[in-house]
Design a protein around this ligand. Structure first.
Ligand SMILES: Cc1ncc(COP(=O)(O)O)c(C=O)c1O
Length: 412
């Protein structure tokens, strides 16, 4: 097999350094991958496949960092979006899809009575902590160490240029550790407005962890007893595990839930919703953005949710993800390599034993990328409903070759 190379990508990346900080900022940079083994720019996509600017084709297990759930260029979602384009997108007032989508969200997600719309996940996670503060009249927010909730000042992991004061009321505990959670709560007793949690632990650069039932119960019970709110950040898992929300899937008694990424199969929209009791507090919050109201993503979200529901997409994703996870474990064993394949099948991730700096992972994923399989060495992957058994089969053939090379590199 001829290995991919990326002359145009890296020439453009080089040139981009002149015009944009670091050429590409944030986690989409090829320096966060295996530099030289991945493209820098993508030209087009279809289903579960993407093509880079050099014409290389990939099966994409990053699914646009989770937005692609049904497949890129999904005909029903794109047709609905196009229909709205014909009426225009961004108006002085919300479009007539504002109310239908709010109703659909409330009817679809378990435990929601109302909602607000934003553009990015960070918009609605920030909204959610504001709502918890207004509702409870308290300031402190508890977060799990290492969890990602967005790029806004209060939660961004790289705090350059962010005054310490932005994080004054944010306190951290270890995910799945009941004692640590209770310790942090006790230290701030009487001032806790809410705890924000991802449905399961999917932090970058570590194995994923499902929430321990005892941890879920402890958080639910303490929140009820003390009166602070449980906020579930379902931006990354949302619509992949259960159409009714990942809080329901794992048993969180969520007061506020946040979604984004997959809800419109890639069109820019996010949503936070809550129980009825929080509505009065919500009426006092200033929440807006020029593009929050554009109609096309609302049309796409309505079509996307309808299609997830009618097509059995979640079941297809679960099946394909299970095949992938089992196949990877089998191939690794066949090459005498110890890996840890974790997470729900809809969003698996793999790490290597004795690989604290992720060098083996970068080698393996880099080799896979040069053979047309786009995995990420540091971040969980995603499965989309456009993936078929033949795609998983092809992925496992490439994985087998990459495990062989990894074995040779590791020696033994
Ligand atoms: C769990 C979680 N919360 C919040 C966010 C922030 O979403 P966005 O990048 O759309 O602002 C992300 C993005 O990756 C996420 O994974």
């Amino acid at each position: 097999m001829k290995l991919y190379d990326f002359p145009k990508s890296y020439q453009l990346f080089e040139e981009a350094q002149k015009y944009l900080p670091n050429g590409i900022y944030g986690p989409r940079t090829p320096t966060f991958l295996t530099f030289g083994s991945y493209p820098a720019f993508i030209k087009r996509g279809l289903g579960c496949r993407i093509w880079d600017v050099d014409g290389n084709e990939f099966i994409d297990y990053m699914c646009s960092f989770g937005t692609n759930l049904l497949g890129l260029k999904h005909p029903k979602v794109d047709a609905a979006a196009k229909k709205q384009w014909e009426n225009a997108d961004c108006f002085t007032l919300p479009s007539d899809l504002w109310l239908p989508l709010a109703k659909t969200i409330v009817e679809t997600i378990d435990g929601l009575d109302w909602c607000v719309f934003g553009k990015n996940g960070s918009d609605v996670t920030s909204y959610a902590i504001t709502l918890a503060r207004v509702y409870t009249g308290k300031q402190d927010i508890l977060l799990a160490k290492g969890s990602y909730h967005g790029s806004h000042f209060w939660c961004q992991p790289h705090g350059q240029g962010v005054p310490e004061e932005w994080k004054t009321h944010i306190h951290y505990f270890d995910y799945n550790d009941v004692e640590d959670f209770k310790r942090v709560w006790a230290e701030h007793r009487g001032q806790v407005a809410g705890v924000m949690l991802t449905p399961h632990r999917h932090d970058a650069m570590r194995d994923q962890e499902l929430p321990a039932p005892a941890f879920v119960d402890a958080v639910n019970a303490l929140a009820k007893q003390d009166g602070f709110l449980v906020i579930i950040d379902d931006i990354r898992c949302g619509f992949r595990l259960d159409l009714a929300g990942s809080a329901k899937h794992y048993g969180w008694k969520a007061d506020i839930q946040c979604f984004g990424k997959a809800m419109a199969n890639g069109y820019a929209i996010s949503v936070a919703g809550a129980r009825r009791e929080l509505m009065e507090a919500a009426k006092t919050i200033f929440f807006t953005g020029t593009h929050f109201f554009s109609g096309v993503p609302f049309a796409a979200a309505l079509a996307c949710i309808d299609e997830i529901h009618s097509s059995g997409a979640i079941e297809q994703i679960r099946k394909m993800g299970t095949l992938l996870m089992q196949g990877l474990e089998q191939e690794a064993r066949a090459h005498d390599i110890q890996v840890s394949v974790t997470g729900p099948p809809a969003m698996p991730y793999m790490t290597f034993a004795d690989d604290p700096l992720f060098e083996t992972n970068r080698f393996f994923c880099g080799q896979a990328a040069r053979r047309g399989i786009f995995l990420h060495p540091h971040h969980n992957w995603f499965v989309c409903a456009a993936m078929q058994e033949s795609d998983i089969q092809k992925t496992l053939e490439v994985a087998s070759e990459c495990f062989k090379l990894t074995r040779e590199k590791l020696g033994g």
